[in-house]
Design a protein around this ligand. Sequence first.
Ligand code: SF4
Ligand code: SF4
Ligand code: SF4
Length: 228
Amino acid sequence: MRPTAAIVRLCLSAGIRKPWKQKSKTKRSKTMSGSDNNTKRTQLAVNRRTFVGDGLRVAGVVGLTGLAGFLVGRKSDAAETVWQLDPNKCVACENCATHCVLDKSAVICVHDFVMCGYCELCTGYFEPESGELTTAAENQLCPTGAIVRKFIEEPYYEYDIDDHLCIGCGKCVKGCGTFGNGSLYLQVDPHHCVNCNECAIAVACPSEAFSRVPASQPYIRKSENESQ
Ligand code: SF4
Ligand code: SF4
Ligand code: SF4
């Protein structure tokens, strides 16, 4: 069963201080041990703020076009399903940033710390041509500076997403997926999405990654698929 937002919030508040300690011995390890379900559940820390939002946030971000979608979307609530994208199908085409009815897309990047290699040279963070591994703006792949890089201990770095800045462009997703573990990926934030009857991004998605999922399990996690 996928973790609910409450479970994710619980993970974070439980203070998973050093998940990178769980890395396997391979370079840029993929997952933690799959045998310890309790430990795994505890460490399903997606993003500190991404899915821990207050539903009232919706009211602050719905623009005029979004309001129409919001009103229509109330009907969909009755069906108790919401839109979500499958990160295993997504090709990071950038349509998610531009086709949402909201002014700021409801799709944002999340970081699955279970999968992350905590790399010093994160290919989701650094421009391929960056001359040095510093946080200078010109070295960053993200156009909005939404990825926060934090030194943990030699040689590990943690990368966190500021969902207020993320526009869902997927540049980091492509960078991480091409050379890294693919731990950065896109998801519809159900606290932001107004659940349009027909999702405008789904219509524009070239890989048919969007579908309706139960509102009680609104996320599709890559690491869950890995463990199956
Ligand atoms: S590169 Fe794009 S998808 Fe990734 S964090 Fe920045 S704005 Fe979000
Ligand atoms: S249903 Fe699709 S278009 Fe509508 S707000 Fe959600 S992500 Fe955006
Ligand atoms: S439109 Fe589809 S393929 Fe493109 S970024 Fe969004 S989910 Fe990925």
